[in-house]
Design a protein. Structure first.
Length: 319
């Protein structure tokens, strides 16, 4: 009986994404084949390191990090499109990928997921520089500048799809393992989403009509229509900025991201039924930004994969 084509989808979760290292280590030790590897946000970093043969180097780097190293990694800037310049992270991405493109990866299909800043839909990134793609899928609006991919404004992939299992199926996987290290949407995101719904139904809707119309154009139209609506609204409110250059400060970028998420904060949430095997390592007690706990997170990833290994082996022949 021919073996099934297997996909692995690694979700985002900031530093909790290092948990994926342990997952992939166990799969590799058991000679378990991966034909499709899809990641978003920090999951994409681990996926890239694995595909480029640098998983060991990423693990060593992550374990050596201390909380005091965060400032060095996050080269703060208040003058650009994000709170960080991103040069330190780009250096890490260049190191992990050795300048490779997606087209250079042999033995498996690698892909990342980003979020369309205007429509909120997922954007599959599977061509060109892997390091540049990592900049896109990890760009949290307001923290890092929003990037462009094939003419679209794109940012952190976890907004559109916390665990990109469906993308693995779309690429050709017959069986998919999804790894979730997130906590779902934040309280702020849910609150803003509920507020939007409430205001649409309230008597104050007419006050917010220009904003809602702008959001609708973003969802139903292209970038040109969106920025046209923004420009018109800003003129009415006498807050016109030079949007024609399509440059944003970090606060504007944050608002764009928040709008995309809060339009439907349940969109992209990961359910067990979204894949054949869902793995949820015990890492939710770790803070997202705690870089000093990477070793323990990796161990939790190993435990979670080992606990599921018998079930995972069954995917190769299961109908």
């Amino acid at each position: 009986m021919p073996r099934k084509k297997i996909g692995v989808a690694l979700g985002g979760g900031t530093m909790r994404g290092m948990t994926h290292i342990g997952i992939l280590e166990v799969l590799e030790e058991n000679n378990f084949p991966i034909h499709f590897l899809v990641g978003c946000s920090s999951g994409a970093i681990v996926a890239a390191a694995y595909a480029c043969g640098k998983l060991k180097e990423l693990k060593e780097t992550a374990i050596l990090l201390k909380n005091k190293d965060r400032r060095k990694m996050l080269d703060l800037s208040f003058s650009g499109g994000g709170l960080i310049k991103g040069k330190q992270l780009r250096s890490l991405f260049d190191f992990l990928t050795d300048g490779k493109k997606f087209e250079d990866i042999e033995g498996l299909k690698l892909a990342f997921v980003g979020t369309d800043a205007l429509a909120g839909n997922e954007v599959v990134i599977d061509s060109g520089s892997i390091a540049e793609a990592l900049e896109i899928t990890t760009a949290l609006p307001g923290l890092a500048p929003i990037k462009r991919y094939r003419g679209r404004l794109v940012f952190d992939g976890g907004t559109a799809m916390l665990v990109p299992a469906r993308i693995a199926y779309n690429l050709g996987a017959e069986k998919v393992i999804g790894v979730d290290v997130s906590v779902g949407r934040s309280v702020i995101t849910r609150a803003v989403g509920d507020f939007r719904k409430m205001m649409r139904k309230s008597t104050l809707r007419r006050v917010f009509n220009p904003v809602f119309k702008m959001g609708d154009k973003a969802l139903n139209g292209g970038e040109e229509k969106f920025f046209g609506a923004v420009k018109s609204l800003m003129r009415k409110l006498k807050l016109l900025d030079d949007y024609e250059k399509h440059r944003f400060n970090f606060f504007e970028a944050y608002l764009i991201g928040l709008r995309a998420i809060s339009a439907d904060y349940k969109k992209g949430l990961f359910l067990d039924d979204d894949c054949d095997i869902a793995i949820r390592p015990d890492v939710l007690h770790f803070r997202r930004s705690d870089v000093s706990q990477a070793k323990m997170m990796i161990e939790e990833g190993r435990k979670a994969a080992e606990d599921k290994m018998e079930e995972i082996r069954g995917l190769l022949t299961k109908n």
